[in-house]
Design a binder for this molecule. Structure first.
Ligand SMILES: CC(C)(COP(=O)(O)OP(=O)(O)OC[C@H]1O[C@@H](n2cnc3c(N)ncnc32)[C@H](O)[C@@H]1OP(=O)(O)O)[C@@H](O)C(=O)NCCC(=O)NCCS
Length: 302
């Protein structure tokens, strides 16, 4: 008999095992380690004991729902799965209902679910339950790339992130993404936390400054511990400084940093409705590898 309950801190090891078992069967790229999971769940805005639900059957975890609360922008994001051996028994439906109810309790206006393009069964599952496709994000990749010449900078300085830059980086990121669909403004505390995680190297955050002012950044991370794939987590330019080549320059510097670290592949994600960024990435050789489909169901109050 399956029960749904809240996550407890001592579930971490079993939770990681479940996520990895599902990933082994479905190759979703979600495989993780206990260390990485602890870091993920320790983020300042994450409340695992309230916002993660686990399905337990005969002492084994067989399904989960993670609800990421972003009510500042009117949404919660749901990520969940049921172990393939336990599907078609209503477990996923119960988890989804629970997540929707939790979103309502948090006074969210909508529940959003990102689903990979190839996950057609998941897409029809949510479509049947009132979710509609609202956005597409492209997963882009760069392979077999060589050294790229860094465009000359006049009047600006290119440097690595250093301790003490957290507040400036947070402000720049919030400014650069202010009009971006689905962007929740970050806090300095969150940026500080992320900078100190295992996959992030402060030198992998490239900054362009004009005097004391930070005007452009490219935040790279490792894709996984020991992986030779790098990831461009975020990049952006202060709106007052766009169209001057600073986005291209900082991105080239980020790519060059990853190349020097021996990264064979680089990936990133971009909103399909962001033509400027898409063109910039394509001009540097990035190709579309997949699409993440964002589904949404609006929540009526009460
Ligand atoms: C995408 C972004 C980083 C580009 O930065 P930028 O400094 O303005 O870009 P650059 O001046 O280096 O120009 C890069 C290319 O984009 C083109 N471009 C820049 N602004 C443009 C605009 N408003 N319309 C059309 N093309 C534009 C440039 O012509 C240039 O093309 P080229 O290299 O072939 O000449 C910037 O628009 C931004 O911060 N956007 C918000 C955050 C964001 O979307 N980040 C990426 C998320 S994945």
């Amino acid at each position: 008999m399956a029960i749904i309950r809240n996550f407890r801190p001592d579930d971490v090891v079993a939770y990681v095992r479940l996520v990895n078992e599902i990933d082994e069967l479905e190759k979703l790229g979600k495989a993780t380690s206990v260390e990485h999971m602890k870091e993920r769940l320790g983020q300042p805005h994450c409340h695992p004991e309230q916002d993660i639900f686990l399905v337990e059957e005969n002492g084994l975890l067989v399904g989960y729902a993670e609800i990421w609360c972003e009510t500042e922008i009117g949404r919660v994001i749901l990520d969940g799965a049921v172990h393939p051996a336990h599907r078609c028994r209503g477990v996923g439906n119960s988890l989804l209902e629970m997540a929707i109810e939790h979103g309502r309790e948090l006074a969210s206006e909508a529940v959003q679910i990102p689903i990979g393009q190839k996950m057609t069964a998941s897409q029809s599952f949510v479509e049947k339950r009132g979710f509609a496709l609202v956005r597409r994000h492209w997963q882009m990749g760069l392979t077999n790339y060589g050294r790229a010449a860094l465009p000359a900078l006049h009047g600006y300085e290119l440097r690595h992130f250093a301790c003490g830059d957290e507040e400036g980086l947070c402000a720049l990121q919030n400014l650069a993404f202010a009009d971006h669909w689905g962007f929740r403004p970050n806090t300095t505390e969150e940026v500080r936390y992320l900078v100190n995680t295992a996959l992030c190297h402060p030198e992998g955050i490239l900054l362009i400054t004009e005097g004391q002012r930070m005007v452009s950044y490219c935040w790279t991370i490792d894709d996984a511990i020991g992986s030779n794939k790098g990831y461009v987590r975020m990049m952006g330019v202060d709106p007052a400084y766009r169209g001057r080549g600073l986005g291209r320059t900082v991105l080239v510097a980020g790519i060059e940093y990853l190349r020097e670290r021996g990264m064979k592949d680089i990936e990133l994600m971009v909103d399909s409705k962001n033509p400027v960024a898409k063109r910039l990435y394509q001009s540097l050789g990035f190709k579309r590898k997949g699409i993440i489909l964002w589904y949404q169901r609006r929540l009526s109050p009460g």
